[in-house]
Write a protein that binds this ligand. Structure first.
Ligand SMILES: CC(C)(COP(=O)(O)OP(=O)(O)OC[C@H]1O[C@@H](n2cnc3c(N)ncnc32)[C@H](O)[C@@H]1OP(=O)(O)O)[C@@H](O)C(=O)NCCC(=O)NCCS
Length: 155
């Protein structure tokens, strides 16, 4: 029988050399038009976010990324967190279209939450403007998230 080598998937901390790859994935994400408020950030913002950015790499090609931001619970979040509580906000999570459905997004998210906990976060927050929210909600619920508010609009 022919020997098949499966690509190895590595989820790791992002480094400076990954900035172009992360920007390229932002470009793919914008082009697919799946998220209402997606703006491709400038290089400086991607670079500044590196300490809380993870990338997924398959055979040395980037296939996904996750970015978080540390913040403190303040006014407006009292219903769900204690004032002053350290939180990790999940800012962006993306897996290239061809690689979806194999658990890469789950690995990136789990690793980002773990990184946040290592930095002292005891709560996690995210909001999404994805048009695919009916699929995104169960995905995040599987990682322990609950729905707090839902914003709707009419025009
Ligand atoms: C959301 C996303 C990161 C999941 O990555 P993934 O590697 O496919 O995730 P996993 O394989 O670990 O889990 C698959 C689950 O993700 C969810 N999902 C699949 N496609 C999705 C999509 N286009 N958008 C949102 N969630 C999706 C579903 O719950 C799916 O489970 P199901 O197949 O049983 O329905 C990926 O679909 C993606 O990059 N989507 C576009 C960007 C996006 O919507 N980001 C998150 C919202 S801000």
């Amino acid at each position: 029988m022919a020997k098949v080598t499966l690509p190895t998937l590595l989820v790791r901390r992002a480094r400076l050399a990954d900035v172009p790859g992360v920007l390229a994935m932002f470009g793919e994400w914008e082009a697919e038009g799946s998220c209402r408020n997606l703006r491709i950030p400038p290089w400086e913002r991607v670079e500044a976010a590196l300490p809380l950015t993870l990338v997924a790499e398959a055979d040395e090609v980037l296939v996904g990324f996750a970015q978080g931001r540390l913040r403190t619970a303040g006014p407006g979040l009292d219903d769900i967190f204690t004032p002053g509580q350290r939180l990790l906000a999940v800012e962006n999570l993306f897996v290239t279209r061809e690689q979806r459905g194999q658990g890469i997004g789950s690995r990136l998210l789990a690793a980002l939450l773990e990184l946040g906990a290592d930095r002292g976060a005891t709560g996690y927050l995210l909001s999404t403007a994805t048009l695919q929210w009916p699929r995104a909600i169960p995905f995040y619920q599987r990682h322990g998230f609950q729905v707090w508010t839902v914003t709707m609009f009419r025009r």
